[in-house]
Structure formats: structure tokens, C-alpha cells
Design a protein around this ligand. Structure first.
Ligand code: FES
Ligand SMILES: [Fe+2]
Length: 377
């Protein structure tokens, strides 16, 4: 079998990076369990006792709001004999976290409070049997977890990525993600490696073929040369004849409150590594969260954020805004699923190639990825 390579094309990662269990294991260890990892929104757990359960790499983590309003993270592992403490993705523990198996009971701060037949164990050093805690930080209303022993500050991981995309961090802050509310949420079970989804999001060579609605909305995306040399930090303009970034192009919602006139009618999309995409437009923000589940399977959760007044007033219909990226998601995830089965084909043994307009953004992603795995890019 012969494979041709040309100097104008850049090789993709080798095909085994998309199929191999050992690679996936290394990604879990060196990326998802080592870097700050996006797990959800702080406003999903608004009151003491409310929790989120999330898979982080190969672990399961609980995020619980305490009586002091602090959100803490723990491994979801009972110190008695290892049962999972919380069995659902979200819920309310009440005043304490009670193991469903033998009822060891932990405070919302993770300390062991009591256990059945406590009198027989009165010499027990209960401080030695608290839940294992993990680092939790909040950024723009988004909760991030790190399983590293001594993680770098979350900001140091995220801010350079935003600056690389927008050139100006203040621009990002104007969207005030933490002040927005979820107006729509869709979960996708994508039968594809997470990196296929990320690569796809970082090129628009496919936009003209698979995203008719998106290129109608953002005409620049029609060009197969879009992205050559990197993304434009000044954003991409909504078509002059349309009123909004929505499926019909007609639904007008209130502009996000802190934006400047210069932010109006622009779209920005960015990957925030390791597991978040953020898309900014002037009347809403779209946040994707990814959970790589297996080499060939990724859970994606897409949330559409709007100003609180838009959601709470009941006077606005956000469905048209949601429908546009809803289509884009389905189109993108279908494309990733077209590729995944062939990652193990003999025809793809040496991987594929990136055209010039794909090389800059995906090249940055590959550099980060290979460096994270300790391999030289
Ligand atoms: S495993 Fe949790 S109380 Fe026994
Ligand atoms: Fe796409």
C-alpha cells in the first residue's frame, strides 16, 4: 500500500491515536486527570446539598455546595468499602452525604460524621476517613476540577487560550458568561474520538459542504480558505441581510448587557482545552462540554446561555437561536462519526492530511496534545 505525501499538506495524527486503548489511557492520565477539566455550571447547584456527579478521566467526582456556599469536590468513593456515594448526575444530598450501602455519613465538607454502630468504633480517628477532596475552581460561572496534587491556577490554563483567540481578554469578559443563564441544553452521544470533534471545530474547510445554514448566516465561512494562518481575532460577521445568529436569521433578542457596539453582529468560536468549546455572539453564548468516554465515544453537552431577563421574563422565544447551532452540532457530530469507523481501516494506517486552511489551528492543537502526552510535536 502506498501513501502519498505532499509538502503543501500536513499529516494528521496517526490513526492509532483515535482507536488505541493505551492512547486513551494516557490521555486520561496526562490530560483529563492532570489539567483543569470543565465539569458544569455553578448555577446547576444553587443551594447547600445540591450536587453534580461527573466523570473526570477514569475517576468519578462529586461537586457539592456546602452550607457556607462553597462548592467542594470529592472523589465519589465511600471510605468504608468503596461504594459510589451519589448515583445520579445531579441531585440533592440534603444535609449530609449518606452512602447508599451501609450508611456511612459525611458532611457537605467531606468529613466523616457518623456510621451505623458508631459506639463500637469510638476509638476511630474520623478525620482519617473523610472523603478524598479534589481541587475545584470557578471561572465565569463555569466549574473546573483538577485531580492534580498541586495544579497551576485555573486562570493560567484558560486565559492564554482566550487571548490567543481574541487577542484581548477584556473582550471575552464583556460577554460575562457567569451572569448568563441556560436557556437550552442538548446532550449528544457521539460515536467518535474526542479529537475528531475538536479537529472539526478548528477548521471551516467543511463548512461549505455540511453547514448550509451556518454559511448562510456567516458568509465568510463559505470560503475553503477560511482559517488559513489562524482565526481572525476580530471575529466573523453575520450576513448583512440577516438580523441575528439564528436559524431564520430574524429573531432579535436583547444584546448581552456589557457588550460594546463594536461587538455587535460578530461570531467567535474557540476551543478551550481540554474539554470545552465557547462560541460568542451578541445575544447569546454557546458552551460545549465534552466527556471522552472511550477511544470511539464522546459525550457532548451543549448549552445555550442568555441574559437572565430573556429566560426569566418568558417574553422571548430562544428556540430560533438554539436551532441554528443545534443543526451545526448534528452536522459536525455526524461528520466525526463518518470518520471514526475508518480510523482503523488499512487505508488510513498512516493517517490523513490537513490542507493549508486546516493547518494552523489544528497544528496548535496537535502541539498542545503531543506536549501534554510528553511526546514532541
Ligand atoms: S461502602 Fe459506603 S458505607 Fe459501606
Ligand atoms: Fe462544523
Amino acid at each position: 500500500m502506498s501513501t502519498t505525501r505532499d509538502s503543501v499538506l500536513m499529516p494528521t495524527l496517526g490513526s492509532h491515536y483515535y482507536t488505541d486503548d493505551a492512547v486513551f489511557e494516557a490521555e486520561n492520565e496526562l490530560i483529563f486527570e492532570s489539567q483543569w477539566y470543565y465539569v458544569g455550571r455553578a448555577d446547576e447547584i444553587p443551594a447547600p446539598g445540591r450536587f453534580l456527579r461527573r466523570r473526570v478521566g477514569r475517576e468519578t467526582v462529586l461537586l457539592v455546595r456546602g452550607r457556607d456556599q462553597v462548592i467542594r469536590g470529592f472523589l465519589n468513593v465511600c471510605r468504608h468499602r468503596g461504594a459510589q456515594l451519589c448515583l445520579t448526575e445531579t441531585g440533592d444530598t440534603g444535609k449530609a452525604i449518606r452512602c447508599p450501602y451501609h450508611a456511612w455519613t459525611y458532611g457537605l465538607d467531606g468529613r466523616l460524621i457518623t456510621a451505623p454502630n458508631w459506639q463500637a468504633m469510638d476509638s476511630l480517628d474520623r478525620d482519617g476517613y473523610g472523603l478524598h477532596d479534589v481541587h475545584v475552581e470557578q471561572w465565569e460561572g463555569l466549574l473546573w476540577v483538577s485531580l492534580a496534587e498541586r495544579p497551576e491556577p485555573l486562570r493560567d490554563q484558560l486565559r492564554p487560550q482566550i487571548e490567543a483567540r481574541l487577542a484581548d481578554y477584556a473582550k471575552f469578559e464583556r460577554y460575562d458568561l457567569g451572569g448568563l443563564k441556560v436557556g437550552g441544553r442538548v446532550e449528544y452521544d457521539v460515536a467518535a474520538n474526542w479529537k475528531l470533534i475538536y479537529e472539526n471545530f478548528q477548521e471551516c474547510y467543511h463548512c461549505g459542504t455540511i453547514h448550509p445554514e451556518l454559511v448562510h448566516t456567516i458568509p465568510e465561512f463559505q470560503s475553503p480558505a477560511m482559517g488559513t494562518g489562524g482565526y481572525d481575532p476580530t471575529g466573523y460577521a453575520i450576513a448583512a441581510e440577516l438580523d441575528s445568529f439564528s436559524l431564520s436569521g430574524r429573531t432579535v433578542l436583547p444584546t448581552l448587557p456589557h457588550l460594546l457596539p463594536e461587538d455587535d453582529r460578530l461570531y467567535y468560536g474557540m476551543v478551550v482545552r481540554p474539554n470545552c468549546f465557547i462560541s460568542l455572539v451578541s445575544d447569546h453564548v454557546i458552551v460545549h462540554r465534552f466527556e471522552p468516554l472511550a477511544p470511539d465515544r464522546t459525550k457532548a453537552v451543549c448549552e445555550w446561555l442568555f441574559p437572565a431577563e430573556v429566560i426569566d421574563s418568558g417574553g422571548y422565544d430562544v428556540s430560533d437561536a438554539i436551532a441554528l447551532f443545534g443543526k451545526v452540532n448534528e452536522q459536525d457530530f455526524a461528520a466525526a462519526q463518518w470518520c471514526q469507523p475508518n480510523m482503523s481501516s488499512r487505508a488510513y494506517r498512516d493517517g490523513g492530511v490537513l490542507v493549508p486552511s486546516e493547518q494552523t489551528q489544528i497544528g496548535v492543537f496537535y502541539q498542545w496534545y503531543l506536549a501534554s502526552l510528553g511526546e514532541v510535536a
